[in-house]
Design a protein around this ligand. Sequence first.
Ligand code: URA
Length: 244
Amino acid sequence: MERLQKILAQANIASRRKSEEIILEGRVKVNGVIVKELGFKVSKSDQIEVDGKAIERAEHLYFLLNKPTGYVSTTSDEKNRKTVLDLLTEADRQTRLYPVGRLDFDTAGLLLLTNDGDFTKRMTHPEHEVEKEYLARLEGIVIRKKIVQLRKGVIIDKDYLAVPKEVRLLELDKAHQSTLISITLAEGKNKQVRKMCEAIGHPVKKLTRVRYDFLTLEGVERGTYRPLKIHEVKKLYANSAPKN
Ligand code: URA
């Protein structure tokens, strides 16, 4: 059940504020009956009319995208670069989707897209942000001491102590002088992984987000996407419940 003014706003009738006025003016009918009550709740099956015209209910949509590098995760770009919306079908592009948080232009991997503002707020709330795991290929051979340092936390942005949830050393590539690590964060400061690795003297060569809470890229090729299942959306909500 959702509040009537929220449904009207989602259906692009007007802003939530303006929708409240429209309701108070007696212009809205639910199942043929005028409703002037602002807190009135409606279900999916209720028929809503504004000025005698049935509204088209906007559905909430949730997608899991495997972002390639070379795309910005915004809905438009002032430098005219490709955006993640360019990876969607024409029909899906009409549904006002936008990314939940950001991945850098040069970062690949798991990015959620939605048109549900409450969901986005919930996923990116600093106090209960969900876990995100990255595979990072770093320049040079990272010695154990540096991994320990990274695990304990490093200073980024001059005075912020960034502490990861987990860091695993996956591969030392002597031939190419690089190191592969997995790093899991429960926060999302701008370019956080890159800055943290820079802080231990090993810049990131390649970065991929491989997990978002329990979601992985399994079955989703680079540059493609799939809808989330209802139970997946519910689980994301459950796992990001505010801790009191
Ligand atoms: N950390 C980064 O540095 N970049 C990203 O795109 C995501 C996390």
